[in-house]
Design a protein around this ligand. Structure first.
Ligand code: SF4
Length: 734
């Protein structure tokens, strides 16, 4: 279907200094894991977005010098010619698809832990880093010579970036970098010409941009991504004070070709990449609108806000709020978002759900993953394309039992590959347990996981049938069904006896009793007795805290207890920890961390502090006699207990079929596979990935096990790896 002409504006070219973007789609710099060390992954991840229509594709934040080393977090690096060569391949692939390649130049000064380089960063003044406080990270205060040196570092890094083929040099101006640190009074306590007044505090930033412009501005676009409000009031950058004044300076000084605007900071990172639980699409628009009005028409503005709706995008451009659609997460969930709009296929857009699983994996030092897009990060090492599927070499019929997210994904990919698929579930609706999850407070946007797959399955109706509300399948039913192959995606219910990572079943925990409930029992309507509810969270992600909010919203007195040291501790990685705590406080939910239940009775729960005993075998830790009495244990009155403790795969059908393996040939069943939570309970992204992989490799020799994938690493003995005695390394005595 041709696209509606109202979307044409999205495909207009935009001039950015000496460069021109072919359209208004700007893939904002975002972390992904490859850095400069895995050039194949880097190039093909960004290249896939270029192929998918993003007019501009960026690296992640890119360190300009070993003084700014965030190892083990993977930034890109443009430190030397090796990095030029590796990142050059990304530029080559981006250009092949007609996109501009951008690099975000980043120097974090006194925030750099430098766990690899061991070098010290330089900062406007000396302070204990708010980013790495537990690691005791300080930088050293710059004198004027250091200021010239750091500006020169940026320029030299810019030269290397140009050599690599980058078209856009973006100065990172988040508060973890020196340009903003100079601007913010809380970091800049200088008394010389770079501190004090706004003019002095903004001087470094303007001089830096000016130096880049003079050295490279006729060949590369010079831009910045700027936090116009760090949400720290007068001690930070405020949209109504310094942020505004700096934007006015950008306009009058002529030092930038484009400004990407955002808000928030990095000590409490999460307001610029807000989760959908707390920030709906476009939440930064009021700030961006103000910034746009200050910059005037000559400087294009990029704005983000988890924008996935083409109508929202057109509306923001039409209203003059922004010129280019900035996107990190929407481009991760769907690298082909622009192409789908261009081709009039809006219904095929795989919308980001705002879960921040992608960020959480980077925050753990890992590679990018996505709940919606199983192929992200797999473009090079597994050769997966998000929109293309190899036709099967062994066509056959496949029965998929279980129409949760994993079952749907498996059926979708098998169907796209040309298999004849029957997807069956006893429930009357698609989505399995995820459908229940999306009924919890703040989680409605997560239903996009089901909605996208539902639409795609409907498009495959020639060879994919969906049977809902059927009788729960027994082993006899499966064997007699007539399918050549079987995939079980039967999920993983919550444990009904309270067993968790730290402890076995809890005495008295039995979800067949009226006062003890599992999460799914609560969502599906089992009555929660009484007013006082205790949530026992051994899971640590969203379920415990969402149920706590649900109960509080019903007017109950809620106590949230977890065995971790922090509430919903995975929120540290998804950047929702601070807002989780605010929500608990605002809703009057009491919290107890590092505690667990040792007994449940009607009307009360016996709780224990987890560290009340010293280690049994090693003796007391403090010299005191370990407490073997009831110290650290106490009773809490509770009318109902909800067990968010752990899950267990539903393997009943799997085990029954395995036991009857000799009967498979006589029924024409070649193989039975299990996937998703049925194999092992996991975060949804992993369940979907597992189902996707199985379907991609369904005609491989052993589909139950992943095919080998490309590992990018240095090989000892390769001419690119210096050996002892090589003049490139300096070893004492050599
Ligand atoms: Fe969006 Fe979640 Fe995918 Fe990140 S992981 S891009 S937040 S759907």
């Amino acid at each position: 279907m041709p696209r509606d002409r109202k979307y044409d504006v999205l495909f207009e070219p935009v001039k950015i200094g000496p460069k021109t973007s072919r359209n208004r789609f700007w893939q904002t710099s975002h972390c992904a894991g490859p850095g400069a060390e895995r050039p194949g992954a880097q190039a093909h991840l960004r290249g896939m977005k270029a192929e998918g229509g993003w007019g501009v594709v960026f690296t992640e934040y890119c360190s300009i010098h070993p003084e700014a080393d965030e190892y083990p977090y993977t930034s890109a690096r443009i430190w030397d010619q090796g990095d030029v060569q590796n990142l050059g391949y990304m530029c080559e692939v981006a250009h092949r698809h007609g996109s501009l390649a951008g690099i975000q130049l980043w120097y974090s000064g006194g925030n750099a832990p430098s766990l690899e380089s061991r070098e010290f960063g330089r900062s406007p003044s000396q302070w204990l880093s708010p980013l790495f406080a537990t690691r005791s990270v300080y930088g050293y205060a710059m004198d004027e010579f250091d200021i010239r040196t750091v500006i020169n570092m940026y320029v030299e890094a810019g030269r290397r970036a140009e050599q690599a083929g980058f078209d856009i040099l973006e100065v990172s101006a988040g508060d973890d970098t020196v340009p903003i640190q100079f601007l913010e009074p809380r970091f800049n306590r200088r008394t010389d010409g770079y501190g004090g007044s706004f003019a002095n505090r903004s001087r470094f930033f303007i001089e830096l941009l000016g130096a880049l412009k003079r050295a490279l501005g006729d060949r590369c676009a010079i831009t910045t991504r700027f936090e116009m409000d760090t949400l720290h009031g007068p001690e930070g950058v405020e949209a109504h004070e310094d942020g505004v004044r700096l934007l006015e300076r950008f306009r009058t000084e002529g030092v930038v070709d484009l400004v990407a605007l955002k808000i928030g900071d990095y000590a409490e990172w999460g307001e610029d990449a807000g989760v959908s639980r707390y920030r709906k699409a476009g939440w930064m628009t009021p700030f961006i609108r103000q910034g746009r009005s200050l910059l005037g028409p000559g400087i294009p503005v990029v704005g983000n806000g988890r924008l996935t709706s083409p109508d929202d995008m057109v509306g923001l451009i039409g209203a003059g709020v922004l010129d280019l659609i900035g996107a990190a997460r929407p481009s991760i969930a769907d690298p082909f978002l622009p192409v789908k709009i261009m081709e009039g296929r809006n219904e095929d857009i795989r919308e980001c759900i705002g879960c921040n699983i992608c960020v959480s994996k980077f925050q753990q030092g890992g590679q990018i993953m996505c709940t919606q897009n199983a192929t992200i990060g797999e473009e090079y090492r597994r050769g997966w394309h998000p929109e293309k599927f190899a036709r099967t070499t062994k066509p056959c019929s496949v029965l998929v039992v279980g129409a949760g997210a994993a079952g749907m994904e498996c059926a979708r990919v098998l169907g796209a590959r040309g298999y004849t698929v029957h997807l069956r579930d006893a429930e009357r609706e698609l989505g399995g347990h995820w459908r229940l999850v999306t009924q919890l407070p703040r989680l409605g946007e997560w239903s996009r996981v089901i909605g996208y797959r539902q639409i795609q399955l409907a498009k495959l109706k020639k060879n994919v049938e969906v049977h809902l509300g059927v009788a729960r399948m027994s082993a006899d039913d499966v064997l007699e069904y007539g399918a050549d192959q079987v995939v079980l995606a039967t999920g993983a219910p919550w444990q009904a006896d309270g067993r968790s990572a730290n402890a076995g079943p809890i005495p008295g925990a039995d979800a067949s009793l009226a006062h003890v409930l599992t999460p799914f029992q609560v969502i599906t309507g089992k009555p929660v007795p009484g007013k006082r509810v205790l949530i026992l969270d051994g899971d640590g992600h969203f379920m415990g805290i969402a149920l706590a909010e649900l109960m509080a919203d019903q007017g109950r007195q809620v106590t949230y207890v977890c065995d971790a040291a922090d509430v919903a501790e995975y929120g540290v990685f998804t950047m929702e920890s601070f807002n989780n705590k605010r929500m608990l406080f605002e809703k009057g939910i009491k919290t107890l961390c590092s505690h667990w239940a040792v007994g449940i009775e009607p009307g009360r729960v016996r709780l224990a502090y987890l560290y009340r005993f010293g280690p049994d075998l090693l003796g007391p830790t403090t010299g005191a006699v370990p407490r073997r009495d009831n110290g650290g244990e106490f009773d809490l009155e509770a009318d109902a207990v909800i067990l968010v403790t752990s899950r267990s795969s539903d393997t009943a059908l799997w085990r029954e079929l395995q036991a009857r393996r000799p009967e498979w040939p006589m029924h024409g069943v070649g193989a039975v596979f299990r996937t998703g939570d049925c194999k092992a309970p996991a975060q949804l992204n992993q369940a979907i990935w597992d189902a996707h992989r199985l379907a991609r490799e369904f005609d491989s020799p052993h589909p139950a096990y992943p095919l080998p994938w490309i590992r990018e690493r240095q090989l000892w003995g390769s001419p690119t790896v210096p050996q002892l005695g090589d003049p490139r390394i300096n070893v004492e005595g050599e």
